[in-house]
Design a protein around this ligand. Structure first.
Ligand code: ATP
Ligand code: MG
Length: 391
């Protein structure tokens, strides 16, 4: 069953299902529960962050027919928190239950080439690129794309599945290193900074958005999000929001969608990629907005009203990676939460992951303040206490 404008509203008391048990699922579950919904999570990991807090945890793989059937049985509507959930699983569920976002939209987001083609269909510029699927594609590559970044078409995240290349020889070696899977070679662009925009759209076509977030990545992983985006002009904000809304509308999208953009040194806006779900750069909305991205996901999929969210406090979010759980000698110990929580406007979110590993997203900290400078100032103090680089 696909979402249509005539779908009845799913009211609190019903059960909402989630494919995937990571931190995005956990924060979705929290939002659904506070609105009075019951929740069910399908994830193979017995200790998954979302499974730990949901009413029901179905321990099954994303392609396990019995697990999927059970999720469909108990849920009035189902969403996904995991972008790489097989499209086949969403299709199977959609035969019985409302699924938002739909399988076709998620499938486009799973493939960098399809995603870029979709941006172009919507008139939204993206990086100059070429598809690399055969040795011939490699030898025919236009020199103008070098230096560039070779990215696998599928399954990349947090900078994984990517290699920077400057010469044809490096390009060939990089493709070998990526096991010669289908790739996209993107021209390396001169970035001034990066932003993202989160929109929520429902089956009736209503759409709302958060203000632009400005994002700093380190080693390909989001490190800091600042809102309001310090470098963004009102014209750029309007351009990015219009682009994200057009992208969502042309997909017939239902749910929360995040579009990541580059802003080039000449001020041009270029779409990088999109995520068919709430996004790491929107975690600040829990503490700094009157409606969070997770609540908007609940509202969009159930047909409850979508209201434009309001940023009530400037905010800075710091991602907390597992590296912070180790001292200089490599011994594991918890970070100094007591000192960080003594700072005004600190909101600590830990995802309940049992073990810390370098690069693993363990939680985030959002600092809200009366002014952008105040929020930034306490976030910088926290970064200093935790041993994070200044920004
Ligand atoms: P995510 O976790 O956001 O899904 P990802 O692994 O899909 O990450 P990308 O968003 O494609 O990776 O790239 C990660 C980062 O690398 C970008 O945020 C940007 O800083 C840099 N980057 C990627 N592509 C380009 C490019 N064409 N030119 C310049 N920098 C780039
Ligand atoms: Mg990205």
């Amino acid at each position: 069953m696909n979402t249509t404008a005539s779908s009845p509203t799913i009211l609190p008391g019903a059960t909402l299902g989630v494919l995937g048990g990571g931190q995005l699922g956990r924060m979705f579950v929290h939002a659904a529960q506070s609105l009075g919904y019951a929740t069910a999570v399908l994830d193979p990991d017995a200790a998954s962050p979302a499974g730990l807090v949901a009413h029901q945890h179905i321990h099954a793989d994303y392609l396990d027919d019995r697990g999927l059937a059970q999720l469909a049985l108990v849920s009035a509507a189902i969403t996904t928190e995991f972008e790489n959930v097989p499209a086949r699983a969403l299709q199977a569920l959609a035969a019985h239950r409302l699924v938002a976002p739909g399988a076709a939209a998620v499938a486009i987001c799973q493939d960098r080439a399809d995603e870029k083609a979709h941006f172009q269909r919507c008139g939204v510029p993206c990086a100059p690129h070429a598809l690399i699927e055969t040795a011939d594609d490699l030898s025919l590559v236009n020199e103008g794309l070098l230096p560039g970044i070779l990215k696998t078409r599928r399954l990349g995240y947090d900078g994984k599945g990517q290699q920077r290349v400057s010469t044809r020889a490096e390009l060939a070696a990089a493709w070998d290193a990526l096991q010669r899977v289908p790739c996209v070679l993107e021209q390396m662009l001169p970035l001034a900074y990066e932003v993202s925009v989160i929109v929520a759209r429902n089956a009736a076509g209503a759409v709302v958005h958060f203000p632009l977030q400005q994002n700093l990545h380190r080693d390909g992983i989001l490190a800091v999000t600042t809102v309001p985006a310090p470098d963004v002009t009102p014209a750029l904000q309007d351009e990015a929001c219009a682009a994200a809304e057009a992208i969502a509308a042309s997909l017939g999208y239902v749910g929360v969608l995040c579009v990541e953009f580059f802003v080039l040194t000449d001020g041009t806006l270029v779409a990088n990629e999109m995520a068919p779900r709430p996004h790491n750069s929107g975690h600040y909305t829990i503490d700094a907005c009157d409606v969070s991205q997770f609540e908007l996901q609940v509202r969009a999929m159930t047909g409850l009203p979508l209201v434009p969210p309001r940023l009530h406090s400037p905010a800075v979010m710091l991602n907390l990676l597992g590296d912070l759980w180790f001292d200089a000698a490599g011994r594991e110990r918890p970070p100094s939460w007591d000192r960080v929580l003594a700072l005004p406007g600190a909101h600590l979110h830990l995802y309940g992951k049992a073990s810390a590993r370098p690069g693993r997203k363990m939680g985030h900290l959002t600092f809200t303040g009366p002014t952008p400078a105040a929020a930034r100032n306490v976030a910088l103090q926290a970064a200093g206490l935790l041993g994070l680089a200044a920004f």
